[in-house]
Design a protein around this ligand. Structure first.
Ligand SMILES: Nc1ncnc2c1ncn2[C@@H]1O[C@H](COP(=O)(O)OP(=O)(O)OP(=O)(O)O)[C@@H](O)[C@H]1O
Length: 255
């Protein structure tokens, strides 16, 4: 299933948030969205997920979702959103129960996503027994369990410390390399964007417009921290964002 954003503009009453965003979300790739605070990144993700509708323009879903897909557009949130009284397995089975999948069929899916996220040994643990990084892996496993067409990831690593972020980026690269998935990944962090994104969409400050779409051709598995090409890409992204970020910063202070 392909997703196309066609001329999306949005205002909250007179407050214009984004203007004329058109974009194809490529299947089997990670598309990162970066931009200064308040430029509409999370709002755009909500439009893609169908949680809100734009004032004008359309989100088009073209083609069929993957076989066995229970929820084509599935969120991964910054704060993990796990039920504290359910084990790791129980948190994953919840999204399957919602679709009437129980017993052996559910267990097969749970075992598969736990293996893919290297959580097999933690199936019976409760969220309170897990570190932040492990909790986010459970949230990613839960998202994978519904075989989404597109994972919508809103700053999924921003609640984690720097080392844990590095580890989770490695995990995401590993996960994608073994079985490519499609994701729209919103982040403030340009290092994250050049490490994980096949494409990085740079939005201007509010009203958010597309300033540039930067393609990063180095295969994900070959991207090392400190890689010269990635550093060049990151610098390019920063130069695009710097003035916009300054202006957005000043605007927030003056509200
Ligand atoms: N429901 C709403 N009603 C009114 N204004 C809103 C609503 N939701 C978001 N906004 C405003 O729209 C603008 C874009 O918000 P959004 O959260 O999408 O930006 P963002 O780029 O994700 O920001 P950040 O990087 O700070 O998370 C902001 O100015 C925000 O205050």
């Amino acid at each position: 299933m392909d997703i196309r954003l066609d001329g999306i503009s949005h205002s909250y009453d007179d407050f214009e948030v984004m203007r004329d965003i058109s974009l194809d979300i490529p299947k089997g790739q990670i598309l990162c969205i970066v931009g200064p605070s308040g430029c509409g990144k999370s709002t755009l993700l909500r439009f893609i997920g169908g949680l809100e509708r734009p004032t004008s323009g359309r989100v088009l879903q073209m083609g069929e979702p993957p076989e066995g897909c229970l929820n084509p557009l599935t969120y991964v949130f910054q704060d993990f959103a796990l039920l504290p009284w359910r084990t790791v397995s129980g948190n994953i089975s919840l999204v399957l129960e919602d679709h009437g999948i129980k017993g052996a069929a559910a267990q097969e899916i749970i075992d598969d996503v736990l293996a893919r996220t290297k959580l097999t040994d933690f199936a019976k643990a409760l969220p309170k027994q897990l570190s932040g990084g492990m909790k986010q892996r459970v949230a990613i496993a839960r998202a994978l369990a519904v075989k989404p067409a597109v994972m919508l990831m809103d700053e999924p690593l921003s609640a984690l410390d720097a080392q844990t972020r590095e580890l989770l980026m490695d995990d995401l690269v590993d996960l994608w390399t073994r079985q490519p998935f499609t994701a729209v990944y919103v982040t403030h962090n340009l290092a994250e964007a050049v490490r994980l994104g096949h494409k990085v969409v740079v939005l201007s400050r509010r009203p958010g417009r597309i300033r540039e779409v930067v393609n990063i051709d180095t295969p994900l598995a070959e991207r090392e921290t400190g890689d010269a090409d990635l550093e060049t890409a990151q610098k390019h992204l920063w130069l695009l964002m710097r003035d916009e970020a300054r202006a957005a910063d000043a605007e927030l202070i003056n509200v």
